[in-house]
Design a binder for this molecule. Structure first.
Ligand SMILES: [Fe+2]
Length: 146
């Protein structure tokens, strides 16, 4: 079985950063899960293994969205409702794609594009709000991360 080179995995980059430690950390874990899925597909792993990673991705997305929504509420983010409904739509889209998409490579591309567009297009707006309003967001964290 051919091992994929590390070049085949998606790399974290500055465009994804919100500057909010906890959110960035959770996004990094999510990207890592996408990479695990990509590697498993390229290694030709069995459907059972692939389905278990898809399930992990889905559950992690659910957890992360609640985590992000709680943070938005704590800082009184004005676009909270709109952002929350985007999360809801993303979970719906993922659910549809996982059932419809028999081509796993296309499913990977779908999840990666889903992740990048939302992170860059929406999540970074949270950081802008904090900066524009001079809010010290560290006080809303549990200070467990460096
Ligand atoms: Fe988000």
């Amino acid at each position: 079985m051919k091992k994929p080179s590390p070049d085949n995995t998606y790399i974290w980059n500055y465009d994804f950063e919100t500057g909010i430690n906890r959110i960035d950390f959770e996004h990094q874990v999510f990207l890592e899960l996408i990479n695990s899925f990509k590697i498993a597909v390229e290694e030709g792993q069995e459907k059972l293994e692939l389905d278990s990673i898809i399930s992990e991705l889905e559950k992690y997305a659910e957890f992360h969205f609640i985590s992000e929504e709680n943070f938005m509420r704590r800082i009184n983010y004005p676009e909270y409702k709109d952002h929350q409904s985007k999360h809801f739509d993303l979970l719906e889209d993922l659910n549809i794609a996982k059932h419809d998409e028999t081509d796993y490579k296309k499913l990977i591309e779908f999840v990666y594009s889903w992740f990048t567009h939302h992170t860059i297009g929406e999540d970074r707006k949270i950081k802008k709000f904090l900066e524009d309003n001079d809010i010290d967001f560290e006080e809303f964290h549990y200070n467990i991360l460096p």
